[in-house]
Design a protein around this ligand. Structure first.
Ligand SMILES: [Zn+2]
Length: 226
């Protein structure tokens, strides 16, 4: 595993399509940038206030919480390349579970504006892409680990490898859905069509992701621009 210092510095990159708007933090008044028009949650980098973007204004929710930095290779506000594609790190979410925590970094590719997530858990990385939501309500308690289940007409024959309860510790930067620090989140994980499947059950919705393992030598990162 390369250390952060050994990653190549690719220098400044074009930041087209970023920093489209700026809001004011409802708590402290600091500027809060919005780079992606579809984002629903913005977190103030100064005071840690989480806010939901409603129509054209920010509404503060939950307790203020600045995520403690444990020295990831990723940073919110950073740009990088995955293969030959430029991306920006727009934000992250942190989940607490009984054995510790993990982070999910929210990326936007600059060529076509598509999004991705990098799940970082104890030095391992998985690149996830959000998928069409599960249409039928998922009965978490009835899902059995070690069996195949049909979640709806699209998500059939998902082999379930684990289920878990977690808590949203907080967010950073901007996020595509509404989160509230401290809310519960449950996860169902498995394999679907040979890919890593992860279903996040949040108050906001049932959001499936498909993922592939990511090695750090596949990415280049530039210094944070914020
Ligand atoms: Zn603030």
């Amino acid at each position: 595993m390369p250390s952060p210092g050994s990653l190549p510095n690719v220098g400044p990159m074009p930041d087209a399509a970023l920093f489209t708007r700026e809001f004011e933090c409802p708590s402290c008044g600091a500027p809060v940038p919005l780079a992606r028009p579809g984002s629903r949650t913005l977190v103030c980098g100064y005071c840690g206030q989480t806010s939901h973007l409603n129509a054209d204004s920010l509404q503060a929710v939950g307790e203020k919480n600045l995520l403690i930095d444990y020295g990831s290779v990723f940073q919110t506000g950073q740009q990088g390349k995955l293969g030959d594609r430029d991306f920006a790190v727009l934000g992250r979410m942190r989940f607490d579970y009984e054995d510790g925590f993990w982070d999910e970094w929210y990326l936007q590719f600059l060529d076509d504006g598509s999004e991705a997530w990098v799940q970082e858990d104890d030095g391992s990385f998985v690149l996830f892409q959000e998928q069409p939501r599960v249409e039928q309500p998922v009965d978490y308690d009835r899902i059995e680990v070690g069996r195949k289940v049909d979640l709806d007409e699209t998500w059939t024959q998902v082999f379930i490898t684990s289920k878990s309860h977690a808590r949203v510790n907080g967010g950073e930067g901007e996020l595509p859905f509404r989160i509230v620090p401290g809310e519960d989140a449950t996860f169902v994980e498995g394999i679907w069509s040979g890919k890593i499947f992860s279903l996040e059950l949040l108050a906001e919705g049932q959001i499936p992701f498909l993922g592939t393992l990511l090695k750090l030598d596949q990415i280049q990162l530039s210094p944070a621009f914020s």
